[in-house]
Ligand binder design. Structure first.
Ligand code: GLV
Length: 315
């Protein structure tokens, strides 16, 4: 059976697939032409957040195709309706990247709140004239209200990590999440309430038609003056133009971002602002986590091609 890897996969998963199947990798960067040429006759396609998977590609693969295995927890790059309509399976890599992503969210809260990047740059430029009593004042997590938009695995792990910081946790989620709320001492609110109450707002939702631009100009206008926005989920959840406005003219004091609307383009308006911390989609980028993702991605392919249920299905 033929397994097509649209770009590359860490050896922890690749070697498992090579031991069982005829594997071809497109390599980096993504070459759509290669993918279209090689998809025909594939039993599985391994994709990632940068690889759009639509009905056309599934049809091109033909009757042999069984599964699209995404090397990511997010699956907004996959047309899940097209997968479902064709009776195929699609899988993602949840759980294994929960901690790495949550740790990055906390890192971005601290970096934006304590102006780590801004002051690092001032210092490196030689523009620091010495300690002053009211210089570079930032925000502490202790005593702050942290609003988690989305209280799934990653949102809950952020709450757990923050317990040592003595922050108050509130969350907005489509589901009541009563048990998790009790476990983390977190209070559920609707999004508008959460935005008005939070000193830090951290986003942990899937990108769907419902969540696209969930944080738009109206939502940002509800934020507390001096609030900090952190986004480690998907860039499309935030309206970038509205965010730039809110960072320039208020109410936001800062933002820590890992994801962007038009990756890999660097949003110049955000880059020009000193109150942003911008990192290039590194939420799950640790050796341990990427290896675990690769293994799960491969195990999903193997499970389906062996005729079983995928371990972590999205369809
Ligand atoms: C990465 O962006 C992921 O969804 O895992």
């Amino acid at each position: 059976m033929k397994v097509i890897i649209a770009r590359t996969l860490p050896a922890a998963g690749l070697d498992k697939l090579k031991a069982r199947f005829d594997v071809a990798c497109g390599g980096l960067p993504l070459d759509q032409g290669w993918l279209l040429r090689h998809a025909r006759g594939a039993s599985a396609i391994v994709a990632d957040p940068t690889v759009p998977i639509g009905g056309d590609l599934l049809d091109l693969a033909g009757d042999s195709l069984r599964v699209v295995s995404n090397f990511a927890v997010g699956f907004d790059n996959i047309d899940v309706d097209a997968v479902r309509e064709r009776g195929l399976r699609a899988t993602n890599t949840p759980d294994v990247l929960t901690n790495a992503t949550a740790e990055l969210a906390v890192a971005l809260m601290l970096a934006a709140g304590r102006r780590i990047v801004e002051t690092d740059q001032i210092f490196r430029r030689g523009d620091w004239a010495g300690w002053e009593p009211e210089q570079f004042l930032g925000h502490e997590l202790a005593g702050a209200t942290v609003g988690l938009v989305g209280f799934g695995r990653i949102g809950q792990r952020v709450a757990e990590l923050l317990s040592g910081f003595r922050a108050r946790i509130v969350f907005a989620d489509a589901h009541p999440m009563d048990e998790a709320a009790a476990r983390h001492g977190a209070q559920r609110m609707d999004l508008a309430e959460l935005l008005a109450a939070s000193d830090y707002v951290s986003l942990h939702v899937n990108l769907t038609p419902q969540t696209r631009h969930m944080i738009d100009a109206a939502a940002l206008a509800r934020c507390k003056p001096g609030a900090i926005l952190v986004n480690t989920c998907r860039g499309g959840v935030v309206d970038t133009a509205a965010l730039v406005h809110a960072l320039r003219d208020g109410p936001l004091a800062g933002a820590g971002l890992d994801v962007y609307e038009h990756e890999p383009a660097v949003p110049q308006d955000l880059a020009a602002l000193p109150n942003t911390v911008l990192v290039p989609h590194i939420g799950s980028a640790t050796r341990t986590t990427r290896d675990a993702m690769a293994e799960l991605c491969a195990d999903n392919v193997i499970a389906v091609l062996d005729g079983g249920e995928p371990l972590t299905p999205v369809v």
